[in-house]
Design a protein around this ligand. Structure first.
Ligand code: AMP
Length: 564
């Protein structure tokens, strides 16, 4: 039996959350978190990894596919059972308090104190129960989850309930993101920031990074590397200011067709193939032919390759929207496989028997060409040309050819660059034919009038600021067809946290790609900018809130637009 009395109490974590929430200053948050990690390292080292993740409100590392699978409805039911009120009363309280955590705290405070005889919750107990919830699947799983949640919450104090409920919904809201946590690990264990950064990039597991930092220091962290089976965040592209300048800056460049589909990272480990999206979601069951192609095209050593999946009809790419029908699909996969055929264009290799990501792109491409057997129309390599400043016409030719064939534009890549997971740098650039768009998250909206009074017709959009907070930028009301509006209406209802008149606040979740004619300065929105003539191009289910556009990007487009 573990010695429960000596295990760290969940109350300690609650105190951490509250102190972090009490300041808006990032440096202070970092120092508080660093002290806390140090304290955990001394008092409860074997749980350092778990507690580190919990400090961000996470149960599982980013690479993991496990999830709790608890929606706000189920959570509200659990709260209502524990505090003995109706679900409607819970809903009302959420509307009044602004979020489910504060609402729980309020409701728990009001309940008759029945917790006097229960033992204080330990961090382990909370963690174990949440892991148990994630493990439940199959028949009656919602009931079983509810039961565990109810048991857990019934031993919680009002403050504990506030954070357990927020953790369950993955909305901790104490203003701490991965960036602050990385700084805190580096401060706590005296490790240079770049070393922590790199270890994180390669493992996607800040719990592990904290543990290794404490136990083995720099040497241990430097040994961490990527592993087939555990997806890493993809290397991202910046906008090219113009192909000629970009090629000149690189000396020479590898230019490729930019395909408009979804980015996939394909892992082969012990003959098993898994296909991950850029949000690290495993979509293997939805796209079985991709695994079939990969098995035919590459010998089954352990490897990680990357590429873009697009939908083609008679050799031509067709609208991006079709691909979403494929990757989100749970049923009827064989029929859809025939109706919506996929083509995979591979463009990188991160691991082949050993990590290759530190090798220059030109060598990785050579390796890719050696290990891949092309399957025409099914699995191909991205079309590529090698271009010097003198032969930059070749880049323009490929760009024009790509557009003519229905693709999106051109990628311009530095042949000497290593693969840097999760980073958007100058080593990989994109040059598109269509005007720029922004990926923004919906944080609120306004109901329509007349016949449309039941539907949100205008959405309030936000971008990400330097501190990983959200700042509003614009309202958008055009570009959505009736079917999508209806679908969004349903999803929105479950995300609403507050209603005032026709206006609502919403949990940030829906991401929209928005085109616009111009960025202008505006005091009306928190970002200080606004969009002229915004139009929704599509709903982006393939990216997460971490991937939305930033203040920096908007400021830079604003600057560039002024120059033109
Ligand atoms: P964007 O999504 O606009 O940031 O553009 C970068 C994306 O282009 C990558 O994340 C890939 O999904 C996609 N892409 C299409 N073709 C290529 C290619 N040949 N090389 C790299 N990325 C590509």
């Amino acid at each position: 039996m573990p010695d429960i009395e000596s295990e760290m109490k969940y109350q300690k974590l609650v105190e951490l959350y509250e102190t972090m929430d009490s300041t808006t200053k990032r440096l202070e948050k970092t120092a508080i978190l660093a002290d806390f990690l140090n304290m955990v390292g001394d008092q409860d080292p074997k749980n350092l990894a778990v507690i580190t993740l919990l400090s961000l409100g996470r149960i599982f590392p980013t690479w993991s596919e496990e999830e709790l699978g608890i929606g706000s409805k189920l959570l509200m039911k659990a709260i209502s059972l524990v505090v003995g009120v109706t679900i409607e009363e819970v809903e009302d309280q959420i509307r009044d308090s602004g979020d489910i955590g504060s609402a729980s705290q309020e409701l728990f405070q009001r309940k008759v104190q029945s917790t006097l005889f229960t033992r204080a919750l330990t961090i382990n107990k909370v963690h174990e129960n949440l892991v148990k919830i994630a493990d439940i699947s199959g028949g009656r799983s919602q009931n079983k989850k509810l039961e565990i949640l109810r048991e857990l919450l019934s031993s919680a104090s009002p403050h504990e309930a506030k954070y357990i409920t927020r953790t369950v919904l993955e909305q901790l809201r104490v203003g701490v993101g991965e960036g602050t946590l990385k700084d805190a690990i580096s401060q706590a264990f005296d490790i240079p920031k770049e070393v922590v950064e790199r270890a994180h990039m390669l493992t996607n597991d800040l719990g592990l990074v904290a543990e290794v930092a404490r136990e083995q220091g720099i040497v241990g962290l430097k040994k961490l590397t990527l592993k087939p089976g555990k997806p890493v965040k993809p290397m991202l592209a910046q906008l090219s200011p113009g192909y000629k300048d970009s090629i000149r800056e690189m000396g020479y460049a590898l230019c490729e067709t930019k395909y408009d589909g979804i980015r996939v990272q394909i892992h082969c480990k012990d003959d098993e193939i898994n296909i991950f999206t850029r949000r690290l979601e495993n979509i293997s069951p939805a796209v079985p032919e991709i695994a079939d192609y990969i098995k035919k095209a590459i010998k089954p050593f352990d490897f990680i390759v990357e590429g873009e999946i697009i939908v083609t009809k008679e050799g031509k790419p067709i609208s991006f929207q079709y691909i979403l029908q494929r990757v989100r699909r749970k049923y009827d996969i064989e029929r859809l496989r025939k109706e919506i055929p996929l083509t995979l264009y591979l463009f990188d290799v991160l691991y082949y028997k050993k990590p290759t990501l530190d090798e220059p792109l030109k060598d990785r491409r050579n390796l890719l060409e050696q290990i891949v057997q092309i399957l025409p129309g099914k699995l191909e390599l991205s079309k590529q040309v090698k271009v010097t400043p003198e032969t930059s016409q070749k880049a323009l030719d490929l760009f024009n050819q790509s557009i003519e064939e229905g693709h999106e534009g051109l990628m311009i890549k530095d042949p000497n660059a290593p693969y840097t997971p999760g980073l958007r740098g100058k080593k990989m650039l994109k040059w598109k034919a269509t005007p720029e768009t922004l990926d923004l998250v919906v944080v609120g909206g306004t109901y329509g009038i007349g016949k449309r009074a039941h539907l949100i017709g205008s959405f309030l959009l936000a971008l990400r600021d330097e501190n990983n907070g959200l700042k509003t930028l614009a309202h958008v009301a055009t570009g959505l067809d009736d079917k999508t509006l209806l679908e969004l209406g349903e999803i929105s209802e479950s995300l609403i946290t507050r209603k005032v008149g026709r206006k609502v606040d919403m949990i940030p979740s829906i991401i929209m790609e928005v085109a616009f004619s111009e960025i202008v300065k505006s005091p009306e929105y928190e970002s200080g900018y606004s969009l002229r003539f915004p139009v929704v191009k599509r709903i982006r289910k393939d990216i997460s809130i971490d991937d939305i556009d930033t203040m920096d990007r908007v400021a830079s487009i604003y600057q560039n637009m002024k120059i033109i």
